[in-house]
Design a binder for this molecule. Sequence first.
Ligand code: NCD
Length: 343
Amino acid sequence: MTLAENTPGSSRFPAGRRAFPHRDLLGIAQLARHEILYLLEEAEQWVALNRRAAKHSDALAGLTIINAFFENSTRTLLSFEIAGKRLGADVVNMHAAQSSVKKGETLIDTAMTLNAMRADAIVIRHGSSGAVALIADKVDCPVLNAGDGQHEHPTQALLDALALRHALRERGQAAEDFTGLVVTICGDILHSRVARSNILCLQALGAVVRLCAPPALMPQGVERMGVEVFHDFDAALAGCDVAMMLRLQNERMQGQFIPSAREYHHLYGLTRKRLESRASQALVMHPGPMNRGVEIDSDVADLAGRSIITRQVEMGVAMRMACLDVLTRAERGLPGWKDGEWV
Ligand code: NCD
């Protein structure tokens, strides 16, 4: 469905400007439920395109997209790059290791430089929570958050929702949203922007979210987000529909948070035995990168019909295409949000 077809009475989404009235995609926290559903719907056309032999569209021809990554990334950077290229845009990647950031340039100066190059969209990953919003404030084009510190990773949560929706549809559990679905997120919740964005996204779509981590890796007061908190993985898994496993984010840990990887695996690792005994029908997800043998065993990660980890990667490209398409509509003379107003 395109925005043009989204006329009153013909759709479950608000008409015109209210379908997606944002210039930037900074976090799931800023999105209403119908806006999340709108992006999921928009992504379907790109899922279909990506499954064809000829995967090219000219939708963003002539536009320049800068991927500014101040933190390491494999799949997110590659996914955004492929998404931009499949839409016909000129895509430029800026790696912090090769940039003036290493020479002491401030974040604001980097933002001003990117802005002066007249990019039509900037995708940013940064190690500090809030850094992406700071840059968005200083530039004139749409900004997409590709992960900021421990704060949010909105496209990851959106692609996870898209992958889950497809997997449920294949099981004959097709539904508008995830009402009643029980999702257990287990791992290093404290340092995870993926967990935070997913809690918000899954709840907006009606799911019940259980969090499981050792006490040291569970954010204090997280129950205020309306989640169920567990420290016993077997209890958290019991009867869940989805087990979403997260990596230990060692690079964000200052000090010792767990006694050893071996002990962590014993208590919180997803083994085949644990999965079959506690949640024999559950789908298995992981945003990557995986540490096989720590938070997840290989025979679970690769379990046909249950693990949708590679599906998540596939859906990542389609979802990022949808986000780039929707957010650059004003740049392309289509109805959209530009310079603080609807044009
Ligand atoms: C995640 C991230 O960078 O936040 N990875 C990703 O984007 N797929 C999760 C992680 O690094 O563990």
